[in-house]
Ligand binder design. Sequence first.
Ligand SMILES: [Fe+2]
Ligand SMILES: [Fe+2]
Length: 142
Amino acid sequence: MQFEWSPAFSVGIEQLDREHQYFFELVDRLGLALRQGCAASELGEILELLTVWTAEHFAHEQTEMRRNGYPEPETAAHLVEHEQAAEDLAGFRLRAAAGDMTLVASELASRLAYWANTHTLGTDMRFGAWLADQRHTAAGGH
Ligand SMILES: [Fe+2]
Ligand SMILES: [Fe+2]
């Protein structure tokens, strides 16, 4: 499966969009590495990049939710998904340090596809839709 970010996935905040685009690029890079049979050697670096990305992106998203007054329970539920993703990623890092790299890479690819579909294109876009609605109202729309 090929992952490509599209402007249709925008959450209305440029920095977050750029970060989502980068995430999709990493997912795509892992998929390509698997298809080319070099996932085992790429896995370590992809996990490193994902770990840095996760810490920065989740913090940025949390800041934007608070700054824009995103309500509860949506914010808390969203942050729980971030925590779970970070824990999952830590688990993959441990397994990569100990196990069959190609198997770990292929399971990581499935997990990333699942995150992209359920979180980035689900939970994150719900925040984006809410934000668009707020801006519309603030601009005097109905
Ligand atoms: Fe996100
Ligand atoms: Fe998120």
